[in-house]
Design a protein around this ligand. Structure first.
Ligand SMILES: *[C@@H]1O[C@H](CO)[C@@H](O)[C@H](O)[C@H]1NC(C)=O
Ligand SMILES: *[C@@H]1O[C@H](CO)[C@@H](O)[C@H](O)[C@H]1NC(C)=O
Ligand SMILES: *[C@@H]1O[C@H](CO)[C@@H](O)[C@H](O)[C@H]1NC(C)=O
Ligand SMILES: *[C@@H]1O[C@H](CO)[C@@H](O)[C@H](O)[C@H]1NC(C)=O
Ligand SMILES: *[C@@H]1O[C@H](CO)[C@@H](O)[C@H](O)[C@H]1NC(C)=O
Length: 393
């Protein structure tokens, strides 16, 4: 149970070592349940998800080409599949082979498991990339490794065609993983952060889409939906104003590595609980399930919603019966307030109700994950380096 709970929450912010990017250590407070990524627990978890949502349907969900004038490039709506409100993924083709991918704005590389994977748990049910199936495959066997907030992968860098529906990128750098320490509900990750974070030294997929003139506008958007396996959509090359209320509020990206921005404050409504009072650094991250913040701030916010730390799970637990009475959480960004209601920020898993606020020791900023994105539409403007936010429909 412990591990199944823990891996329910992904944190796919990439860790960067050394001088290039400010290093922060994301360590869970307790390592007791973390010692090794025990494969059988992962397997159990994956099987539980399959029982709940089925597996084969994932392969048949298709991206919709909503282009009006093909000469201007494509606008594509890529459906997202929701698993437990904590993970959102979609299907792409790499070397003409289908993979279920997490679209992650917290990292910049694309990787899939290789058929040579020696240390992959084959029973995970993942798809494996076969070089022989692709005519466009190339590699010079340069090794790479990536460490995320949860888990790490190692392999070699290759290049091949990668397709999001009708949108076909040529010569996309792909990490072919032959060592993976875990098994997850998705096969691989497609990073949508900026090139500076790339660990495979590749041009990220969205930069490629712009350079190869595939997308109508140099923006992509996320509209995540809660509560069912329909997880909403990722729109490549545009935005869709019928998916949000009112105008988008824009905030500049302060450092184009992660999607970093300045948050004015965060508070539990009506509880005199404002944190990050004079503004603080935050990262918009579709690949992180929860809202992750500094230890003391998270303790404070969780106290204000009546959540108590449970040492067994190293998470904050809420009494499920109180959910309808809990206050909303307010995030102020660019002087505009955005809300997240308790039905969204409390994660219900089996008989447990977890707070959507999780701490990470050593973290001095906030990672704004799916808990926020499930209630707020976000446009990622790559060229103008800004985020547009509005309450989602
Ligand atoms: C879909 O995208 C392609 C470009 O790859 C374009 O040629 C085609 O006309 C588009 N189809 C529709 C239905 O818009
Ligand atoms: C990973 O795969 C590459 C080629 O596919 C191979 O050269 C390398 O030795 C492999 N590494 C490990 C640790 O399996
Ligand atoms: C925008 O979203 C609405 C609601 O889902 C949908 O009906 C419409 O087709 C979308 N429009 C475009 C251009 O994607
Ligand atoms: C955001 O960035 C743009 C372009 O760099 C700049 O013109 C604008 O003043 C910035 N806005 C704010 C609020 O800093
Ligand atoms: C954590 O939760 C479990 C399951 O509800 C419970 O058995 C345990 O006593 C709790 N531990 C603490 C320290 O609250």
């Amino acid at each position: 149970m412990n591990l199944r709970v823990i891996i329910l929450f992904f944190c796919l912010v990439v860790f960067v070592d050394g001088r290039k990017v400010h290093r922060f250590r994301l360590q869970r407070r307790s390592h007791r349940h973390h010692k090794a990524p025990h494969s059988h627990f992962h397997l159990q978890f994956r099987n539980a998800l399959r029982r709940k949502y089925g597996y084969t349907p994932l392969r048949t969900v298709n991206a919709v080409n909503i282009t009006s004038d093909p000469s201007k490039g494509v606008v594509l709506s890529e459906p997202l599949i929701n698993s437990y409100d904590t993970n959102f993924f979609g299907v792409i083709l790499a070397g003409e082979q289908p993979f279920t991918m997490q679209f992650d704005t917290g990292s910049s590389d694309l990787w899939v498991p290789s058929s040579h994977c020696r240390f992959c748990i084959k029973k995970c049910g993942s798809k494996f990339f076969k070089e022989s199936k692709s005519k466009t495959f190339r590699t010079n066997n340069i090794p790479f490794s990536i460490t995320y907030g949860s888990g790490s992968v190692k392999g070699i860098v290759a290049s091949d065609e990668v397709a999001f529906g009708d949108l076909k990128i040529q010569n996309q750098g792909i990490g072919l993983v032959n060592i993976s320490d875990s098994c997850s509900v998705f096969d691989g990750i497609a990073g949508f952060a900026f090139q500076e974070l790339s660990m495979t030294n590749s041009v990220p997929v969205f930069q490629q889409m712009i350079d190869q003139k595939l997308v109508e506008q140099p923006i992509f958007s996320f509209h995540m939906k809660s509560g069912s396996s329909d997880g909403g959509s990722m729109i490549l090359g545009g935005s869709n104003s019928s998916l949000y209320y009112g105008p988008l509020t824009y905030t500049n990206v302060t450092e184009a590595k992660y999607w970093t921005f300045k948050m004015d404050f965060i508070e539990v409504h009506g509880k005199n609980s404002r944190r990050c009072e004079s503004g603080c650094k935050a990262i918009m991250d579709t690949g992180t399930s929860l809202i992750v913040g500094p230890v003391m701030d998270v303790l404070y916010l969780n106290k204000a919603i009546g959540a108590e730390h449970n040492d067994t799970y190293d998470l904050y637990i809420v009494d499920c019966a109180t959910i309808p009475q809990l206050p909303i959480i307010v995030f102020s960004i660019a002087n505009k307030e955005f809300y997240v209601k308790p039905q969204t920020y409390v994660i219900v898993y089996q008989d447990f109700c977890f707070s959507g606020f999780m701490d990470m020791r050593g973290l001095d900023h906030w990672i704004i994950g799916d808990v926020f994105l499930r209630e707020n539409y976000v446009e990622f403007d790559w060229a103008r380096k800004r985020l547009g936010i509005a309450p989602a429909v």
